[in-house]
Each structure stands twice: as structure tokens, then as C-alpha cells.
Design a protein around this ligand. Structure first.
Ligand code: SF4
Length: 400
């Protein structure tokens, strides 16, 4: 019987690095490097040829980095290669992440012709000063131009990313960003709060760090997001994700519900046939070694070596997913969604009742009103969502 599968393709190139970014991405790489990288991606995709016909691919997410840096011919090549190896569902959701300022009419038409049917545009803020402060490459006008061009090219499923808790961001500035985004009526809005990651230029900049709004203000921004977007008909289906009916991101739902996915590219991770393996593990050490030796990622020889490392990891099919960590993941991801987790689904996957494993913690939080059981489903209540990080940490299992 054929099973469903999702594919993630990692494009690790950006024009310049944003100050808060700790994703695996490289700035200033040449077109030649991108070409070589796409070639290597196709080799990696080919590794799955022997088992590909057991699956139907229902979603593809080309993420980054800044995938929209790639011109239409490279995106077309990647998707054509995927189609040669895998069978795609007839309404397969195919998303490309895009940075305003990198989308042009011709590129958008090319993406459309290649089968891309969803765009995810990283705006972050409508405040040009704030964008500059974060090291973003675009301003709000470029977002407007990109969004309008995407609509003209026929993209009727667009996500816009916005961020709260940014250095120097006032509630007024955040509300203005939301209102301006709502004027464009995108089908989906992701609203994340900034997480300061160790080692980023932001974390090392005391002036910017001093401008971070206090938690209370960030919390208020979160509440405002719920109210404003809710009033405009967006359903909050995950803690940070809002969609008009029927436009939930199907690819992310696969992650959050424990479905199977395979990632291609240097920063990709997979959950495939009960095993979790990550291209990034080991590769980061490898890149560090190269950098210490004064080498650059863009060297073609290094790229090939990098990919040899990846395929070696894949062949070894690293680290089986242990039962406990799968249960933890099921709870962490499922509880982030407003519909929560299903008792029946848990029992089917793990051959245990959820209360057998998590009885004390569930009973405690349900009694306190932080969680609720509705029919077959267990959810975080509004009160629970406010302290979700603390609650989710209690779902880590003691494996001794
Ligand atoms: S565009 Fe995205 S991936 Fe690239 S540097 Fe900025 S935050 Fe990082």
C-alpha cells in the first residue's frame, strides 16, 4: 500500500545574514555554487529512487536560507527531478520561501509554471527602520511590490511571516505591521516572537539587546495578534500560525502530527520509516573544520566533500527514533496545535494508553485548568498556552 510522504528541500543561500539568524545559511555565494548545490541536491534525491514508488508525495517545502534567490530555472530543475523520482499527489502543496526584494515577475511566472502553488514571504515588520536594524535586505515597499507581483502571477495561497519582540519595537509599530499585512489579505500569517540565539550578531550587540521589549510587552503583542487576526477571520490553528479556512499549511501539519518526511540539502532533517536522521549533524562540525583550515564552503571540491559526508550519514541511517522520544515529540508538536492530541492516535502509534505514560502530568494540568480533555482530544487551554513552554517541558520522559 502506498503511504504519504512530505519533502523538504533546504536552500542555504542568503544575500546577507540577518542579525538574529542562526539558521544554516551562507551569504554572498556565486551562481556557480548554487548550480553545483542544486546538482548535489538532485544526487541526494536520487538516493531514494529504490523506495520512492512506495510513497505519494503530498507536500513539498523549499525552505532556507532564501530559496527565492534561486532563479526560476533552478527551482524548475529541482521540482522536475523530484517528479522523476517520486509520484506527486495531484494537489500536492508546493511552497517556496521568499524574501521580499528577490521576487520578480519572470521568476514568479517560472515558479508557477514549475508547479509552485504556495509562497511564504518573510516580511517580519512593516517598519523600515526596524528592518534595517535587523539587517533585513528589504523595505516595506519591496514587500508590497513582491506581494502584488505574486498575486498577479496567480499565487492565491500566500503566507506572510511577521515577528514580535524585536529590538525597539513598540506595540504601535507591531499593530501597524499587522494592519498593513491584513490590508493584503494573505491566506496565512505566521507570527513568531523573536528568540535571541546565542552567538548571533544580535546576541553580541549590547545596544540592540538593551532595546528588546520586556516579556510583558511581548505577551501583549501575542494577545493583540490573536484578537486582530481572529477578528479578520484567521483561525489560530497552532500557537504562532493563523490561516483562513482551508489554508492551514499542510506541510507544517505533517511535522506537528508526526507524519513522515524526508529532507534534502545540508541543513535538512528527516523522519522516515520510523527513523530520524539529520544532514546537519556532523556537517556543521565539518564546515567548522573547513573554516578553521581557512577553506570556504563555496569551493566546489568542498561542496562535493560535504555531500559525501551527507550521503555517508544517510547510508548509515543514523539514530533510530526511540519510543520515548517519539512519544515526547508526539506530545510537544501535537499540543502546539489548537486541536491538541488524540488519545486514539497515541494508543495506535505506541500501543499504550496516553494516561499509562502521562497520567500524573495530564491529571495535574487538567485539574489546574491548564489543559482539557474534550472527547478523544487533549488540548492546552488558553491559560495553558500562556505558559506552554513550562507545561511542554513536563512531557519529557525519564528514560531511566
Ligand atoms: S533571510 Fe532568513 S535564513 Fe537568511 S539570514 Fe535572514 S533570517 Fe537567516
Amino acid at each position: 500500500m502506498q503511504r504519504y510522504l512530505s519533502l523538504y528541500v533546504h536552500i542555504p543561500f542568503c544575500v546577507v545574514k540577518c542579525k538574529y539568524c542562526d539558521f544554516l545559511s551562507f551569504d554572498g555565494e556565486s551562481y556557480g555554487t548554487m548550480l553545483r548545490y542544486v546538482d548535489s541536491l538532485c544526487q541526494e534525491i536520487r538516493l531514494y529512487e529504490p523506495i520512492a514508488d512506495e510513497y505519494i508525495v503530498r507536500t513539498i517545502f523549499i525552505g532556507g536560507g532564501t530559496p527565492s534567490l534561486l532563479d526560476e530555472s533552478l527551482i524548475t530543475n529541482i521540482l522536475a527531478f523530484i517528479r522523476r523520482v517520486f509520484v506527486l499527489d495531484k494537489d500536492c502543496e508546493i511552497t517556496v520561501e521568499a524574501n521580499p526584494g528577490t521576487l520578480r515577475h519572470q521568476k514568479l511566472n517560472g515558479y508557477k509554471a514549475a508547479g509552485v502553488n504556495r509562497l511564504s514571504i518573510g516580511l517580519q515588520s512593516a517598519d523600515d527602520e526596524l528592518l534595517k536594524k535587523l539587517g533585513r535586505i528589504h523595505n516595506f515597499d519591496q514587500f508590497v511590490a513582491s506581494f502584488s507581483a505574486a498575486r498577479r502571477a496567480g499565487f492565491m495561497n500566500i503566507n506572510v511571516d511577521v515577528m514580535s519582540g524585536l529590538p525597539g519595537q513598540s506595540i504601535h509599530s507591531y499593530v501597524e505591521t499587522l494592519s498593513k499585512v491584513l490590508d493584503f489579505a494573505p491566506e496565512h500569517i505566521s507570527a513568531y516572537s523573536l528568540q535571541v540565539e546565542e552567538g548571533t550578531p544580535l546576541a553580541k550587540d549590547p545596544e540592540l539587546m538593551a532595546e528588546l521589549p520586556p516579556d510583558m510587552i511581548d505577551r501583549r503583542m501575542y494577545d493583540i495578534t490573536k484578537q486582530l487576526l481572529g477578528a479578520k477571520g484567521y483561525d489560530r490553528y497552532e500557537i504562532s500560525n493563523y490561516a483562513k479556512a482551508g489554508y492551514e499549511c499542510r506541510h507544517n501539519m505533517v511535522y506537528w502530527t508526526g507524519g513522515e518526511y524526508v529532507g534534502f540539502g545540508i541543513g535538512a532533517a528527516s523522519y522516515f520509516q520510523g527513523k530520524r536522521f539529520s544532514n546537519i549533524r556532523g556537517i556543521l562540525d565539518y564546515i567548522r573544520l573547513m573554516e578553521q583550515a581557512g577553506d570556504r564552503f563555496s569551493d566546489v571540491k568542498n561542496l562535493e566533500l560535504l555531500y559525501n559526508e551527507i550521503t555517508k550519514e544517510l547510508r548509515e541511517n543514523v539514530a533510530p527514533v526511540y519510543l520515548y522520544s517519539r512519544m515526547e515529540e508526539f506530545m510537544f508538536l501535537g499540543l502546539r496545535m489548537m486541536c491538541g492530541v488524540s488519545r486514539e492516535d497515541f494508543a495506535e502509534r505506541f500501543k499504550k494508553d496516553i494516561y499509562e505514560v502521562y497520567g500524573p502530568v495530564l491529571n495535574h494540568y487538567i485539574e489546574q485548568g491548564y489543559m482539557a480533555e474534550i472527547g478523544d482530544r487533549i488540548i492546552l487551554t488558553e491559560r495553558g498556552i500562556d505558559v506552554s513552554n513550562i507545561i511542554l517541558a513536563d512531557f519529557i520522559l525519564d528514560k531511566e
